[in-house]
Design a binder for this molecule. Structure first.
Ligand SMILES: [Zn+2]
Length: 66
């Protein structure tokens, strides 16, 4: 929830979710233009399952026979 307060007298005007709002303060008459710049878009993550865990095996040593 977002609180909308008057920029002039700091009176609470509204409360809720909005992206853009124009509201006139009934107290001092200031027209407040509220706007949310970042409405937090859903984040897409490429979550790959870590199933390819190669154990550090030291047995794979190539012997270079002369
Ligand atoms: Zn006001």
């Amino acid at each position: 929830m977002q609180e909308v307060r008057c920029a002039s007298c700091n009176r609470k005007l509204a409360e809720g979710l909005f992206q853009q709002l124009n509201i006139k303060c009934p107290r001092c008459g200031t027209l407040n233009s509220m706007r949310v710049e970042n409405p937090s878009p859903p984040r897409v993550e490429n979550s790959e399952p870590e199933c390819q865990r190669a154990p550090s095996s030291s047995n794979l040593i190539e012997r270079q026979s002369p």
